[in-house]
Design a protein around this ligand. Structure first.
Ligand SMILES: NC(=O)c1ccc[n+]([C@@H]2O[C@H](COP(=O)([O-])OP(=O)(O)OC[C@H]3O[C@@H](n4cnc5c(N)ncnc54)[C@H](OP(=O)(O)O)[C@@H]3O)[C@@H](O)[C@H]2O)c1
Length: 369
């Protein structure tokens, strides 16, 4: 039995109401919802039962203490991360302490994934599960690991709905679509992306997802000369071509942190006759932006320079300063942080009780004044 419903304005406002006095300014209105400025990501960690339990506990703790944004992908930890979310979510919904319409759940499809454990012979496994069943044609597979054909994405949406135990996914990303550019021409890429978006518009119409977007690593951060660069304006043009003016491409996810500030600082994106950072395009086009790798995979939690530390008053830990940087960035909807330890959930969420940096203090980080 899948949990019906999806995140709504009313539900997310209700959730926000439970934390607003302790965490003023933590929730922002985005895409018609009230979303926490710090979300929980589920990428890292071994595919083991012990790590499943750690994730479950961390997700429970996070949902109970002020995070209503969860991020995952079908391939994370061989589908175990999606199932850990299901386990925590269903427990709280059964208890009656959380309602489905209060929580925003995003997942991704595109990478081939094992199920629970790695098989002895990965090639034979994919041959049997994907090629022989006709789900995937060999020419659709890029880099031995990535497919974004409509048929495959439709299948992966079903897998994710089942894993997550929910009828409707709030946001579905095409996962690292730029991977395709390592093997196909830009013309073929545009055709594949349009076909993928058509499948996602259909999934929206069927109530399986509410919105879609791209989760990328390099695509929008590198200059357009790079082989894996993407123009967000062009991606949006394709969405509009496929879905009309009312298309459901509503969000991007990309790495953004103190050590990788390109989304804010690098003029990579062709826009209005010039070049601007991707955050500016996203803002102008009304997209939600989810920052991944907020802590640079944990590295920013250890030993920021004193010059940077002093820019974040009221915060004692480097992880909190790194989170504060991302959640204070104009145009960022939510800072996604991978966390499997309850003490990390508590520490990171304590940041939400401290007001975000003012624009002036934020700018001073870059000017050094
Ligand atoms: N291309 C993509 O689509 C893409 C790529 C990367 C990431 N993402 C998304 O973004 C999310 C966040 O990125 P990430 O998980 O790769 O990296 P991250 O958030 O930068 O770092 C996560 C690591 O930081 C540790 N950590 C968390 N809070 C801490 C604290 N207060 N003090 C010290 N260490 C702390 C975690 O440890 P514990 O586990 O021990 O708590 C974990 O090892 C991912 O989980 C995923 O959902 C998407």
């Amino acid at each position: 039995m899948l949990i019906p419903g999806y995140a709504t304005r009313e539900g997310t406002a209700r959730y926000r109401g439970r934390f607003a006095s302790k965490m003023p300014g933590h929730f922002r209105e985005a895409g018609g919802l009230w979303l926490a400025s710090i979300g929980l990501g589920t990428y890292l960690g071994d595919p083991t039962a012990a790590m499943d339990t750690r994730y479950r506990e961390a997700i429970l703790r996070a949902l109970e203490s002020g995070t209503n944004v969860l991020d995952t992908a079908v391939n994370y930890r061989f589908q175990r991360s999606e199932r850990a979310i299901a386990s925590a979510l269903s427990a709280l919904v059964a208890l009656g302490t959380l309602r489905r319409d209060e929580v925003f759940i995003a997942t991704k499809g595109g990478f081939l994934s094992f199920d629970t454990d790695a098989p002895d012979d990965p090639s034979a496994y994919f041959e049997q599960k994907l090629i022989r069943t006709g789900l995937v044609r060999p020419e659709e597979v890029v880099a031995g690991c990535h497919v974004m054909s409509p048929r495959y994405l439709e299948d992966q949406i079903e897998v994710s709905r089942r894993n997550l135990g929910i009828e409707t996914i709030d946001l579905y990303y095409v996962h690292n679509p730029e991977t395709q550019l390592t093997e196909v021409s830009r013309e073929e890429f545009a055709r594949r992306l349009a076909a993928a978006f058509a499948a996602l518009e259909k999934a929206v119409a069927e109530g399986k997802i509410r919105a879609y977007g791209t989760a990328t690593w390099n695509a929008y951060r590198v200059g357009m000369g790079a082989a894996d660069a993407l123009s967000l304006a062009e991606v949006l043009r394709i969405a509009e071509e496929v879905g009309g003016k009312g298309h459901h491409f509503r969000a991007i996810q990309l790495p953004f942190n103190l050590a990788m500030p390109e989304a804010l600082t690098a003029n990579t994106q062709p826009f209005d006759g010039g070049h601007v950072p991707v955050l500016q395009v996203a803002r102008t086009r009304g997209l939600m932006v989810f920052a991944s790798a907020t802590l640079l995979q944990g590295k920013l939690a250890q030993g920021l320079p004193a010059e940077i530390q002093k820019r974040f008053p009221g915060l004692e830990k480097d992880a909190q300063r790194a989170v504060q940087f991302v959640r204070s960035t104009p145009g960022v909807t939510c800072a996604l942080v991978g966390m499997t330890r309850p003490e990390h959930v508590a520490e990171n969420l304590a940041t939400a009780a401290v007001p975000r940096l003012s624009l002036e203090d934020f700018r001073a980080i870059f000017s050094g004044s």
